[in-house]
Design a protein around this ligand. Structure first.
Ligand code: UD1
Ligand code: CA
Length: 470
């Protein structure tokens, strides 16, 4: 019998997944920003697996890189050069990574992303009394799945769809493909598999009958929704829906306000604190962190953005790789490009674009501006239509505005440039030279007023209109 509390995960992910019709290996297709196989490995580790052995084959470098980046040393890899069946795959895991392991082994398929850690724990616990255990489920339309064979109520085998006779084909109890087994039993029984079947493969499922001959196979029943496998992109979308509903319910119950969770998309690696309010049409991608009291209005699309406490993002704010400070205010319709940092109470209003720019405490960029490669101190005010001319066609340059600087509307600041503390730039200026603290910079043609000129001009234009010869 196995050591009760110890188990490792084995995840099969060597297949190509031709029905996805994709250059990407099937198990790397993403759901909520996480590759399918990472959901499976994550569930196994969450359930308490000491480590996970992933069997890789097709495009294995990509699969290994994606999993190592996420799980580090908690994943190991067994290479299955040719895919000769699920039994063949587990043989490779056992011989390459688990040759002297004597605990229990939880075996999962890498294309079942909706697995729940609590269910896997329940399954692994069955190895305390069984050398082999599995999860079963019921389907009205069981075609394609292995069927569960029972005698006097006990599981005695699994028959693959292609190997079923008519009576077996009518069985609606199916094998979703989750097993727990004693490592020593597994090693022996895998050695007894043959390719004597419709597909000429080594079927892992045949291990079930071997176990039933020696003792009682453990089984537990679970709803198909959490066990569904992905073979094509439609099934991928069904799994995405299930996982999304699960995570949004958890968020809502933890205190995140959402008027319509069915219209909110939050990647699995984002963190949203209680008392955040999220309107419909918000997408949080990658690794966003949204702190308490923040409000994300309709249509905000954020990728790898930190939103601090009490900040408000008005409708249609698009931001990536940026930090929005506490009580800051952005939008509507603004675009924060990478490395934008807004400090406490800063404001970026409507129709603005920022890039690699620090906006100091309480500073404001209110309307229709481009602010790129800027370092803005505290209490700075940028007037409407200001452009930071940061690019000379070859290099990017920095514009530094010290505390309390005021930039009049419709100004162009040509970088590299520093404007000293409290200085003032008159509206409509093109500033190319540094401005000392407390100075006024003005660079525009002097205004001339010609008294009575407007009516004379109009009269002349009317005459010209009547005789259009010229
Ligand atoms: C398998 C089960 C079937 C079950 C179904 C549930 C077997 C023989 N059959 O069938 O009873 O109802 O899953 O979805 O196990 N893989 C490898 N190496 C291989 C073969 C497969 O790593 O040599 C991986 C695949 O990448 C995939 C998983 O194992 O992630 C399942 O393989 P697949 O070919 O999809 O098995 P099914 O025919 O669906
Ligand atoms: Ca399958």
């Amino acid at each position: 019998m196995s050591t009760k509390s110890r188990f490792v995960g084995v995840v099969l992910a060597a297949g190509e997944g031709t029905r996805m019709k994709s250059s990407r290996p099937k198990v790397l297709h993403e759901i909520a920003g996480r590759p399918m196989v990472a959901w499976v490995v994550g569930a196994a580790l969450d359930a308490g697996a000491e480590r996970c052995v992933v069997v890789v084959g097709h495009k294995r470098d990509e699969v290994m890189a994606a999993l190592t980046e996420r799980f580090g040393e908690r994943v190991q890899f067994a290479v299955q050069e040719e895919q000769r069946g699920t039994g063949h795959a587990v043989q490779h895991a056992m011989s390459q990574c688990l040759s002297d392991y004597d605990g229990s082994v939880l075996i999962l398929y890498g294309d079942c992303p909706c697995l729940r850690a609590d269910r896997l724990q329940e399954l692994a616990a069955l190895t305390a009394n069984h050398t082999f255990a599995l999860v079963t489920s019921h389907l009205d339309e069981p075609r394609g799945y292995g069927r569960i064979l029972r005698t006097a109520g006990a599981v005695v085998g699994i028959r693959e769809d292609k190997d079923c006779d008519a009576a077996q084909r009518a069985i609606q109890e199916v094998n979703p493909g989750l097993y727990a087994a004693d490592a020593a039993f597994l090693r022996t029984s895998l050695g007894q598999l043959t390719t004597d079947n419709a597909q000429g493969e080594l079927y892992l499922t045949d291990v079930c009958a071997i176990a039933a001959q020696a003792g009682v196979v453990g089984d537990l029943h679970a709803p198909m929704e959490e066990l569904r496998g992905v073979n094509d992109r439609w099934e991928l979308s069904l799994c995405a829906k299930t996982l999304r509903a699960r995570s949004l319910e958890a968020l809502a119950r933890s205190g995140v306000g959402m008027a319509d969770p069915s219209a909110v998309y939050i990647d699995a690696d984002c963190e949203v604190e209680p008392d955040v309010t999220i309107a419909p049409g918000v997408h949080l991608r990658g690794r966003c962190v949204i702190r308490r009291g923040a409000v994300l209005e309709v249509g905000c699309v954020l990728t790898d953005v930190v939103v601090e406490s009490g900040a408000t993002l008005l409708p249609y704010t698009v931001a990536s790789d940026s930090t929005i400070g506490p009580l800051a205010n952005v939008g509507p319709f603004s675009h924060l490009r990478p490395k934008t940092v807004l400090h406490e109470g800063a404001k970026v209003g409507n129709f603005c674009e920022t890039k690699k720019t620090i906006v100091g405490k309480g500073s404001k960029v209110n309307h229709l501006s481009y602010v790129g490669d800027g370092v803005l101190g505290e209490g700075v005010n940028i007037g409407a239509g200001t452009i930071f001319c940061n690019y000379d066609g070859v290099q990017k340059h920095t514009t530094t505005l010290k505390d309390g600087v005021f930039i009049g509307s419709d100004s162009q600041l040509v970088a590299p440039l520093t404007i000293g503390e409290g200085a003032y730039v008159a509206s409509g200026s093109t500033v190319t030279k540094d401005v000392p603290a407390d100075a006024l910079a003005m660079s525009r043609t002097k205004q001339v007023n010609k008294e009575g000129y407007a009516s004379r001009l109009r009269a002349r234009m009317k005459v010209a209109k009547k005789s259009p010869t010229k």
